[in-house]
Design a binder for this molecule. Sequence first.
Ligand SMILES: Nc1ncnc2c1ncn2[C@@H]1O[C@H](COP(=O)(O)OP(=O)(O)OP(=O)(O)O)[C@@H](O)[C@H]1O
Ligand SMILES: [Mg+2]
Length: 218
Amino acid sequence: MNKLIIKNLKHTYSDGQADVHVLKGVNATFESGKMYAIVGESGSGKTTLLSLIAALDNVQSGDIKYNDQSIKEIGEQKFRLKYSNIVFQSFNLIKYMTARENVEVALDFAGKPRTEAEQVLKSVGISKEEGGRLVQKLSGGQQQRVAIARAIASDTPIVVADEPTGNLDEDTEAKILGIFHDLATKKKKIVILVTHSKKVAGHAHAIVYKMRGGVLAK
Ligand SMILES: Nc1ncnc2c1ncn2[C@@H]1O[C@H](COP(=O)(O)OP(=O)(O)OP(=O)(O)O)[C@@H](O)[C@H]1O
Ligand SMILES: [Mg+2]
């Protein structure tokens, strides 16, 4: 079993005038094969935590460890490439490429055949015709699904997503939720979703954490 362990993680933003102490000692363990939902008020630090788990920002104090190795030991760049994939809406999608090409780039990095792109896109409900379109010619919700397809193609053991169903209708939300659940239970990944959606947090198999006062509580 793979484990992501967060120990006494603190994070402060300094804008020159005032310091904003956002994370004040987060402790949590995330295991492979399970899906986690992080909820909490706007501004409570959810995106900050995800950025650290995705190694998009440096750990200031405390530690994030994947199977006993800290992100620092693994190296931020390697961690981003091989360990952790983040899904934001249209995050990291290359707008002047087609949806399929975006997925192909991820498959290249993962050392998998490009021919898988169509199948991966289909699994998130993007048709062959849509897959051939430039990303900028897709709707917000479609772009979001392409971003999820990219994360699936990357095949990293950790998948984190910030409001991954924010722009989606209920049916599509349920479908995407099912995909994340499969990534956890069938592909044995660590899946962490930040969400305001009651449906996502209420998913029968999601383990819910709440961010409040700079710490995570169950
Ligand atoms: N780069 C930054 N510089 C300064 N302050 C920041 C920065 N990024 C975030 N903050 C502040 O840190 C706090 C936490 O922000 P964060 O984005 O993590 O919240 P969140 O829980 O994701 O909120 P939401 O639900 O609205 O997305 C907020 O008060 C925010 O204004
Ligand atoms: Mg946020």
